[in-house]
Design a protein around this ligand. Structure first.
Ligand code: PMP
Length: 553
């Protein structure tokens, strides 16, 4: 039997005082790390630290042994025939960049690269760059993976697809690749297995791909290390795109030659401590009762879907976008009415960690007419109680905030018509409210005063450094009494609108000198914002202030 409580006991983060009420449901972004992985990273620095491949002393030899030992372990873990089929990279993103750069010389004008709309930006943008450079064409699998065979043409050179969507969790059946691969021997088949390794069994010996990439930090390993598997004959056809020390056979002033793969792809000093952690991580995963773990995760994701189905039936403006069938452990919701960013903030205030946004899959969201999705992603250390906490916080949000969040849509596109939008705000009202919870609600209601202005939603108006989207436009009024500034805003988050309103009610219709004389630190601490707001929301406010000060300079 798989025991989630015993499993969780391996992860020290959950037992730190500050994390005892943490409900961590952002595992598709990165998982927590077990003690054995943390120990392996630390132990490397304490007992083994030296650079590998410079075997002139004892420690360097032991670092080299570590590197090659973990390479062998990684090869066994993925089912590779040879250890030299494993390249250590910085992560799935770097692996995919290596593949796109390294295969570009195989592409001619009009050749086709077949991808799916489910791809993470890491498996899309590098191909866009290469397609532009070579004149190759990006083609997208329409429909499900079952149809992949019908979509390969005589022009297809590369097929690169995710083994599971990082937004919807749907597992792609890579067996379809296996059937097709034999019929198209000249095509490179690439699998982005970032979301599945460590969860479902994957064995490259089954010959469904030529290359496979993954990021161990998504299955309990450290960050900073990635794996790129390439079948021996394919890896040797990959062009090197990163150059420097360690990958060199000979260097003259005008030309150089390189060593063989995988070393030709490992320029520079390898992330040895992370590699030590990866070794411990593979041992850790291999020690688990994998079948039981997978079954437990399935039960968890079923339960998440059960709860979310209740939620969407109680709050019909919320849409459940996923189904538990064939799912890697992800549930996703969206809504036209409620701001996903606000729900994320609300959950965060209660220490429930989920991810909100486009999940680095903008084309997928756009194809479904969505701008943001709230994603819940489970791991086997999550419990059914975690899901109950999530559900109860979500219900609280919709029950207590729904009236605050329904905002009129501005139809008037003239920014100056919104100049007085915030003139009724009196921040002193906020100071009379004692409890932080009620202040938070008041901030939400201030957000309601800010009309929705879709015409502001463009890159020029976007303030960078905010967690949610914040768009701003400035009206400069010049008269004989001097120049005064008014800022008009919109955001996809009601909380951010409310917080921005608290700043703008102090600065709007004022001159640069007047604005500069305001003591914002004192103001924020008087409002209690610094103390109660989470760091990221607070830094969003600082980003807005920075923008204002740059504008009035
Ligand atoms: N592909 C998929 C499917 C992913 O989920 C991710 C990470 N979210 C990546 C690629 C990129 O991984 P990394 O950021 O670790 O390079």
């Amino acid at each position: 039997m798989f025991d989630p409580i015993q499993f969780k006991s391996n992860f020290p983060l959950f037992f730190q005082k500050e994390n005892q009420s943490l409900v961590y449901l952002d595992n598709a972004a990165t998982t927590q790390k077990p003690q054995c992985v943390i120990d392996a990273v630390t132990d490397f620095y304490i007992t083994k630290n030296a650079n590998a491949n410079r075997a002139s002393h004892r420690l360097a030899r032991s670092a080299t042994n570590l590197l090659e030992g973990v390479r062998q372990k990684s090869a066994d873990f993925l089912g590779a025939r040879y250890k030299d089929e494993i390249v250590f990279t910085a992560g799935a993103t770097e692996s995919l960049n290596f593949l796109a750069q390294g295969l570009s010389h195989q592409l001619n004008k009009g050749d086709e690269i077949l991808l799916s709309v489910y791809e993470h930006h890491a498996n899309l943008v590098p191909w866009q760059v290469i397609a532009k450079e070579t004149g190759a064409k990006l083609v997208f699998i329409s429909g499900d993976f079952e149809s992949v065979g019908n979509q390969l043409t005589s022009k297809t050179r590369i097929v690169s697809c995710t083994a599971a969507s990082n937004v919807f969790g749907k597992i792609s059946d890579v067996d379809f690749f296996k059937n097709v691969k034999d019929k198209f021997p000249g095509v490179f088949f690439i699998i982005d297995a970032s979301q599945v390794i460590g969860k479902i069994p994957v064995n490259v010996k089954d010959n469904f791909c030529d290359f496979l990439v993954c990021s161990p930090h998504k299955f309990y390993g450290p960050t900073g290390i990635g794996l790129l598997y390439g079948r021996k004959d394919c890896l040797s056809r990959l062009r090197v795109s990163k150059f420097g020390g360690e990958m060199i056979k000979n260097v003259d002033l005008l030309d150089s030659s390189y060593v063989e793969p995988p070393y030709s792809f490992e320029a520079g000093t390898s992330p040895l401590a992370s590699i030590a952690g990866l070794g411990a991580c593979i041992d850790f995963v291999e020690r688990q009762y994998k079948k039981g773990m997978l079954e437990y995760e399935k039960k968890l994701i079923n339960y998440v879907h059960e709860k979310l189905s209740v939620l969407v039936s109680d709050f019909p403006e919320v849409n459940l976008l996923t189904s538990p069938r064939n799912n890697i452990g992800i549930a996703a919701i969206s809504s036209d009415k409620y701001s996903m960013a606000d729900i994320g903030f609300w959950l965060d205030e209660q220490d429930v960690a989920v991810r909100v946004g486009d999940h680095c899959a903008q084309p997928l969201l756009k194809s479904l007419n969505l701008t943001a999705v709230l994603r819940v992603s489970v791991a086997p250390y999550n419990t059914f109680e975690d899901i109950d906490v999530l559900f109860s916080c979500l219900c609280d949000f919709f029950n207590s905030n729904s009236e605050c969040l329904d905002v009129a849509l501005a139809t008037d596109k003239k920014v100056s018509n919104y100049k007085d939008e915030l003139s009724a705000i009196n921040y002193h009202d906020l100071l009379t409210i004692r409890s932080w919870g009620n202040r938070y609600k008041k901030i939400l209601s201030l957000g309601k005063l800010v009309n929705k202005k879709p015409f502001l939603h463009n890159n020029e108006s976007l303030v960078s450094g905010c967690e949610a989207k914040l768009w701003i436009n400035t009206i400069v009024d010049k008269s004989q009494n001097g120049t005064v500034f008014t800022f008009v805003i919109d955001s996809d988050s009601m909380v951010v609108k409310g917080l921005a309103a608290l700043i703008l009610c102090r600065v709007n219709a004022k001159s640069a000198t007047q604005i500069k004389s305001i003591d914002f630190d004192a103001y924020f601490s008087e409002l209690g914002l610094e103390k109660y707001l989470s760091e990221s929301r607070f830094s969003g406010m600082q980003a807005l202030l920075k923008h204002i000060f740059l504008t009035i300079k």
